[in-house]
Design a protein around this ligand. Structure first.
Ligand SMILES: O=C[C@H](O)COP(=O)(O)O
Length: 249
């Protein structure tokens, strides 16, 4: 039985005061960590103050990092900087980073490896564009992204990875993939992982859906066989909405 993981991705939103108001509003009201993992992926400047106030059942994630441990990379954040302040998760390969910051599959794979050497759990995003979907290329795109992201991992590492299937056309558009569409593609990603690492890993790995998830559609999505959680942008910004998502059961 895979434990659901619901993660909010704040993207480039909120002031420090707003992030503190949020954490005080939710930290003691999120679902028990025994039943659901609740995660907030916040902008870098707020990570430490959120970790200090995360409480028993909430965990904090970053939205990106560099793959090198240190060096002359002006403006970048190293993996051990995140682990040294108590961050638990890191979102890697979000489509916004792939599109706007030229993030490649190779760089994402390096980041996945250094996540593990630094005690961070990667949330790896994959997903197709509308053009890809209309051309019938969805499976090929998510397969190529998944294969490259997981290249070189041990079975033990692969089991711990979280994958977020986010069709680009459903992000921030209000146009959610239907629960069946999401389940079908996530089932396909699981079959790719089975081919790569065997059924013990594919049955253990958690795969989220992301793209216009909100308190009204979370239940239907989570009822699908292969959907183990959600990566939520817009609807994770409001404390009440985030609480409704993590307490969907
Ligand atoms: O990382 C989250 C996704 O990009 C989904 O964003 P959204 O929930 O605002 O559509």
């Amino acid at each position: 039985m895979r434990k659901p993981i619901i993660a909010g991705n704040w993207k480039m939103n909120k002031t420090r005061d707003e992030s503190l108001q949020f954490i005080y509003a939710v930290k003691d009201r999120v679902a028990s960590a025994d039943t659901v993992e609740s995660v907030i992926c916040a902008p870098f400047p707020y990570l430490r103050c959120l970790v200090k106030r995360q409480g028993a059942s909430l965990r904090i994630g970053a939205q990106n990092m560099h793959f090198e441990s240190e060096g002359a990379y002006t403006g970048e954040i190293a993996p051990q900087m995140l682990s040294s302040i108590g961050v638990s998760y890191v979102v890697l390969g979000h489509s916004e980073r792939r599109e706007m910051f030229n993030e490649t599959d190779e760089a994402i794979n390096k980041k996945v490896h250094v996540s593990f050497s630094n005690g961070l759990i990667p949330i790896i995003c994959v997903g197709e564009s509308l053009e890809d979907r209309e051309a019938g290329q969805t499976n090929q795109i998510v397969e190529a992204q998944t294969v490259k992201a997981l290249e070189g991992l041990t079975k033990e590492q692969a089991k711990q990875v979280v994958i977020a299937y986010e069709p680009i056309w459903a992000i921030g558009t209000g146009r959610t993939a239907t629960a069946e569409q999401a389940n079908e593609t996530i089932g396909y990603i699981r079959s790719v992982i089975e081919r790569l690492f065997g059924s013990e890993v594919s049955e253990a790995v958690r795969i989220q859906y992301g793209g216009s998830v909100n308190p009204n559609n979370i239940k239907e999505l989570m009822a699908q066989e292969h959907i183990d959680g959600a990566l939520v942008g817009g609807a994770s910004l409001d404390p009440q909405s985030f609480l409704a998502l993590v307490n969907y059961q």
